[in-house]
Design a protein around this ligand. Structure first.
Ligand SMILES: [Zn+2]
Length: 191
C-alpha cells in the first residue's frame, strides 16, 4: 500500500506549522521565531510542514516541501525515494508532454518533479492521472539546481519560480526546489 504513494506526496497528518512572515526592508522576509532549519544552505526560507509520512491519508495533489527538496537535492526517485534510473544518455525523468511549447522543448526547462527509477516510471505512466493526459520520458545529461518555486512576498503574495542568484529569492517562501534540465533526449519507456 505504502509503495503506491509517491515519496514526495503529503499525508493528511502532515500539517503546515504556524509561521509569521515579516518583512525586513533591505534584507528580505523572515519568520518571527525563525530557527536554523527554516533555511537551506543557500539561505532560502522554506515552508514549515510537519513530517509524518504514512500516517493518515495520502494527499495526492499536495507535494511535501521537505521531501521534495530532499529528493531534488539528492536526486532520489520521487516515487519510491530510491536511486533513479541512469544510463549513458543520462538520468530518467517523466514530465507532462508540452512538446508544442517552444522549439527545442524541453531543453532548459525548470522542473519541480524529481527523477524516477524504471519500475516507478512504468507504474506511474499507467496509474498517475496527471501523466495519463500525456507524458514524455526524458534522458537528462545535466540537471543543475537553479532555483525554487514558492510564494513571493512583495506587493501581495503570488507564486513564482525564481533563480537562486536572483536577489528576489530573499522575498520568497520556498515550496519546491527547481532543477534545470539540459542535454535532454526524448526517449521511450522500454518494456
Ligand atoms: Zn522509484
Amino acid at each position: 500500500m505504502r509503495g503506491q504513494v509517491p515519496y514526495i506526496v503529503s499525508w493528511s497528518s502532515e500539517q503546515f506549522l504556524p509561521a509569521t512572515v515579516v518583512d525586513r526592508p533591505g534584507y528580505g522576509i523572515a519568520y518571527t521565531d525563525e530557527i536554523l532549519a527554516d533555511r537551506d544552505q543557500q539561505g532560502v526560507l522554506w515552508q514549515r510542514k510537519s513530517v509524518s509520512p504514512g500516517q493518515g491519508r495520502p494527499q495526492f495533489g499536495q507535494i511535501h516541501p521537505l521531501r521534495q527538496r530532499r529528493a531534488m537535492r539528492r536526486l532520489l526517485c520521487g516515487i519510491c525515494g530510491g536511486p533513479p534510473d541512469q544510463n549513458e544518455q543520462g538520468m530518467l525523468w517523466l514530465v507532462r508532454d508540452f512538446r508544442g511549447d517552444w522549439p527545442g522543448w524541453p531543453e532548459g526547462m525548470a522542473v519541480t518533479e524529481p527523477p524516477v527509477c524504471l519500475n516507478c516510471a512504468r507504474l506511474s505512466a499507467r496509474l498517475c492521472p496527471e501523466l495519463r493526459k500525456g507524458f514524455v520520458a526524458l534522458r537528462v545529461g545535466r540537471s543543475a539546481v537553479t532555483g525554487v518555486r514558492g510564494v513571493l512576498y512583495q506587493g501581495g503574495p503570488s507564486e513564482i519560480n525564481v533563480a537562486l542568484d536572483d536577489p528576489t529569492v530573499r522575498w520568497v517562501q520556498a515550496a519546491h526546489l527547481l532543477r534545470q534540465l539540459t542535454e535532454c533526449t526524448i526517449t521511450e519507456l522500454a518494456e
